[in-house]
Design a protein around this ligand. Structure first.
Ligand code: ADP
Length: 671
């Protein structure tokens, strides 16, 4: 085939995969066209692309699944090619065909290859003819109850009924005995009909302790095909993958090679081109069986990239350009070990149901050659009901499985998401689990160890509450102690100088359904960098000192030092520790005596230096009166009274540096 020149690609997708494709394409000097729905107007993939076109309402079927609208945008934007990503239109044969008919290269296999693998039963028939091993089963045309029951009894139990049009773990039923078969068949058909519009099924032997091992294949238009080794995706919930790794632990070179050759045979059998994945069930005795072939780039492709050092999107574009595969089988090798953990907005304590909401804080682990994050979101974005609740993929690499797993645990600890419930703590528990560390894997791993992942919080919430109290008290002091500018200024003496006759504060935290009170007393701090308090909590007194720096709370409780991370937004304080988080709400307890006189303190509109202070504590001032003058970037700014006020406390002196938003003067509004 002649080479094509792809200079502009439309990415018919959203989220992390759209961003990931754009990055590679742009690096290759290719322009990128994004498409977006109403829900994604300012999404990352839109911002990253060279141009972006609106394609419809938020629901996928009114936007990302609109093949006609997307094709129209491809034509109007003069795109040479369309990359479908995964999901949405990636395995839609008509769309691939429509692109081809419009001289737009579909970055994926030809229509016929997608069609061949579109039906699980059709795929199995083709594979059977090509000599690819299959689980014993029946995938014929006769769909009568009688025939299916007969075939099922012949295979024996436990047995699996699968919708031939199924995907995403839907449309499957395990049947334990002949007597249960008809009921399970009917319920499977109902689900298949409603989910895929097709109630055709196949039946096959249900393996009780298999692993899910899949082979990445690649083929070009010049009849070359290679495999890029395997991934183990055995850890699944509801037949959906949670953590994937490459290579598969314990797989012998011999089996790896055989599986790879079989996968290439499978790809050749359907005239494959581009990136594809051949999925196998790998049984305890070393035998393996073809399950299905995914005719697209998989979510978990980064683990293969990490162990081969390749960029699979670059390979896809190269092959789509009509060029040969960049490397031969002999030139490919495995280096080290990689894991991918899927960070989902979901609640592992509530049957992994998706959660929605705004991501108010997103803190990522340090990114380097060992730690990669593929994501399409930033703080402030919403996880909506319209799309997959995957927030990001965390990919780690190291020289061997043990070291890579340690990297994974470390990176999960530093992956901080606030605003909605995620599976991060669950993933961390999983990565810490003995059986997972021992690579004692099979597809029932999570069910088997279910009780170990109940996320029962440690009883000891005390440290969290003390850390939270320290943060609250430090934030109330206008200048953080560790950032003092003039060490000798009396204003840097944080020993309770705030207006509190008896020198204590009461902090009320709402945590889950409880309100917890902490009484904070100032103590003399022994260094200038730290602040010291006594916190009363649950009838006990804790001497605590520490400081707050870069979203971290450094804490010393009676000589025991620790660090936790936090995110604070108004009254919401989230504390992160060991991949878990605590969402605390600060309850306003400032009622009573002073209620009649509201406080409206004056804060800095910008970071700068105080160049003049025109009032002192106790002064009565009139509306519009100048109180303080600041200077920043050679601009002067005068802080004025917005109404008649009593100055309660001036917090800064001439020469002090202040942060943006720092409280400058405590005032009381005169009624
Ligand atoms: P889907 O297309 O919905 O993802 P698959 O055919 O890929 O469905 O199967 C999904 C998962 O179901 C597999 O990863 C495996 O865990 C389980 N599974 C499928 N077939 C069998 C089988 N014959 N025996 C045991 N488990 C199976």
């Amino acid at each position: 085939m002649a080479t094509i020149n792809i200079n502009k690609i439309l990415i018919a997708n959203r989220g992390e995969i759209a961003c990931r494709i754009i990055r590679t394409a742009q690096r290759m000097g290719i322009e990128c066209v994004a498409v977006y729905s109403d829900a994604d107007r300012s999404a990352q993939h839109v911002l990253l692309a060279d141009e972006a076109w609106h394609i419809g309402d938020a629901p996928a079927k009114e936007s990302y699944l609109r093949a006609d609208v997307i094709l129209d945008v491809a034509k109007r934007s003069n795109a040479d090619a369309v990359h479908p990503g995964y999901g949405f239109l990636s395995e839609n044969a008509e769309f691939a065909d429509a692109c081809a008919k419009n001289q737009i290269k579909f970055i994926g296999p030809p229509k016929a290859a997608i069609e061949a693998m579109g039906s699980k039963s059709e795929a199995k028939n083709i594979m059977h003819k090509a000599g690819v091993p299959l689980v014993q089963g029946y995938h014929g045309e006769d769909q009568s109850e009688q025939r299916l029951q007969q075939e099922a009894d012949k295979i024996g139990y436990p047995l699996l009924i699968k919708a031939t049009a199924g995907g995403g773990g839907k449309g499957m039923r395990v049947v334990e005995s002949s007597a249960d078969f008809i009921d399970a068949l009917n319920s499977c058909k109902r689900e298949a009909k409603s989910s895929f519009g097709d109630d055709k099924v196949l039946v096959e032997k249900y393996l009780t302790k298999p692993r899910h091992v899949e082979i990445q294949v690649f083929a070009d238009s010049l009849n070359n095909a290679v495999h890029l080794f395997e991934r183990d995706c055995s850890v699944q919930r509801r037949h959906q993958k949670v953590i994937e790794e490459a290579p598969a632990p314990g797989l012998s070179e011999d089996i790896r090679d055989k599986m790879g050759q079989v996968a290439i045979t499978a790809a050749r059998a359907i005239g494959y081109e581009g990136a594809g994945t051949v999925e196998f069930l790998y049984d305890e005795d070393g035998s393996f069986y073809f399950m299905e072939m995914n005719t697209r780039l998989q979510v978990e492709h980064p683990v293969t990239e990490k162990i081969t050092g390749l960029d699979l999107v670059e390979w896809q574009i190269t092959v789509a350009n009509g060029l040969p595969l960049p490397l031969s089988q002999q030139q490919l090798s495995i280096n080290g070990h990689a894991f991918e953990a899927r960070i989902y907005a979901e609640d592992p304590n509530n049957n992994y149901l998706p959660t929605t909401g705004q991501i108010t804080h997103l803190g990522l682990p340090a990114l380097n050659e060992n730690v990669r994050v593929d994501s399409g979101i930033v703080a402030g974005d919403n996880v909506s009901v319209y799309y997959d609740p995957m927030i990001a993929k965390l990919i780690v690499w190291d020289k061997d499985r043990t070291s890579a797993l340690a990297r994974l645990r470390g990176a999960l600890k530093d992956f901080h998401v606030a605003g909605l419930t995620t599976n991060i703590e669950f993933l961390h528990q999983l990565a810490s689990h003995k059986a997972f560390n021992d690579a004692d894997l099979d597809t029932h791993f999570l069910e088997k160890h279910d009780g170990d992942f109940t996320l029962e919080r440690e009883q000891n919430e005390t440290e969290i509450l003390l850390a939270a109290s320290l943060q609250v008290m430090m934030q109330q002091s206008a200048v953080p102690a560790n950032r003092t500018i003039d060490a000798d200024s009396p204003w840097n003496d944080h020993t309770g100088w705030r207006l509190n006759e008896d020198n204590f504060h009461v902090i009320d935290f709402a945590l889950n359904d409880r309100v917890i009170s902490v009484t904070a007393h100032f103590r003399d701090s022994n260094t200038r960098c730290t602040q010291a308090f006594s916190f009363e909590l649950d009838g006990k007194t804790y001497p605590v000192s520490g400081y707050v720096d870069n979203n971290k709370i450094h804490l010393n409780i009676e000589g025991h030092q620790s660090v936790v991370s936090y995110a604070r937004e108004n009254n919401r304080l989230v504390i992160f520790r060991n991949a878990a988080n605590w969402q605390l709400e600060l309850v306003d307890n400032s009622v009573s005596e002073d209620d009649t006189k509201s406080q409206a303190n004056l804060s800095a509109p910008m970071p700068g230096t105080v160049i003049d202070v025109l009032v002192k504590n106790g002064d009565q001032v009139e509306e519009g009166q100048a109180l303080m003058v600041m200077e920043a970037m050679k601009m002067e700014h005068t802080i004025k009274a917005h109404q008649s006020l009593t100055v309660k406390e001036v917090l800064y002196q001439v020469g002090d540096l202040v942060d943006d938003g720092a409280e400058l003067i405590v005032v009381e509004e005169n009624s």
